[in-house]
Design a protein around this ligand. Structure first.
Ligand SMILES: C[S@@+](CC[C@H](N)C(=O)[O-])C[C@H]1O[C@@H](n2cnc3c(N)ncnc32)[C@H](O)[C@@H]1O
Length: 217
């Protein structure tokens, strides 16, 4: 297994990306498990995870390290969050999810992973989970609801994070507007907050009408 372009914790073999599993023998979303030299790796499917899609599309900015503390907004059942927990195995991933149905699945994924913490909460109310999120290094967001850039900005400000990474779904902002316009407006909004934009990359063909914006605070 080789490292993907030297990015910490991301491995590549053939056409597939992998993370080293911190919960061997357990699949989170039916992903393929592969053993190499006695270590188990989980395939990271770009059709199921926008972060994997970004990396597959040659995305260069990956502000996660083995000891990073991540605040993850919109964790759903833990698909992408579990891969980040593999990458940040000496750090932590605090997972915010507001749907009770998805939260139940998330809790069972977190049970097998010491560094993943589920919080039933609303990403538009960072004060409610400040106890768990303070001192985060990175805020990652994938909530698919209106006002996406504003939500990550509020969370970055409350936690003091150094980096933000956000999957913008254009149709969640305005179904009639062109995705390009929404991506540009989201970038402008974050720039006006004083953040330095590192990347703004569309996720086609893996995700329609989505862009990944990475910024430094
Ligand atoms: C596209 S899914 C996330 C998929 C997930 N990030 C992954 O890659 O595994 C969006 C999730 O965000 C959640 N969500 C939407 N708005 C939210 C909010 N304000 N607070 C917390 N969760 C929210 C939804 O319930 C849904 O589970």
């Amino acid at each position: 297994m080789e490292s993907l372009r030297g990015l910490p914790g991301v491995h590549v073999r053939g056409n597939s990306l992998y993370t080293l599993s911190s919960n061997p023998g357990v699949r989170v979303y039916g992903e393929r498990l592969v053993s190499v030299n006695g270590k188990e790796y989980r395939e990271w499917n770009p059709s199921r995870s926008k972060l994997s899609a970004y990396l597959k599309l040659d995305g260069k900015f990956f502000p996660f390290e083995e000891n990073s503390k991540v605040l993850y907004l919109g964790a759903s059942g833990g698909t992408t969050a579990s891969h980040l927990a593999d990458v940040c195995f000496k750090g932590s991933v605090v997972c915010i999810e507001f749907s009770p149905r998805m939260f139940r699945d998330l809790v069972s994924v977190c049970e097998g992973r010491k560094n993943m913490m589920p919080v039933l909460g609303d990403a538009t109310r960072p004060e409610d989970y400040a106890f768990a999120a303070e001192n985060a290094d990175v805020v990652y967001q994938d909530v698919a609801q209106k006002g996406q850039a504003g939500i990550i900005a509020d969370n970055v400000e409350k936690t003091g994070a150094k980096y933000g990474m956000i999957a913008i779904k254009s149709r969640s902002e305005d179904v009639t507007a062109s995705p390009k316009t929404i991506f540009r407006e989201s970038e402008e909004f974050l720039k006006n907050k004083g953040y330095r934009i590192l990347d703004n990359k569309t996720l086609e063909p893996y995700e329609k009408d989505h862009s990944m914006i990475v910024f430094e605070v």
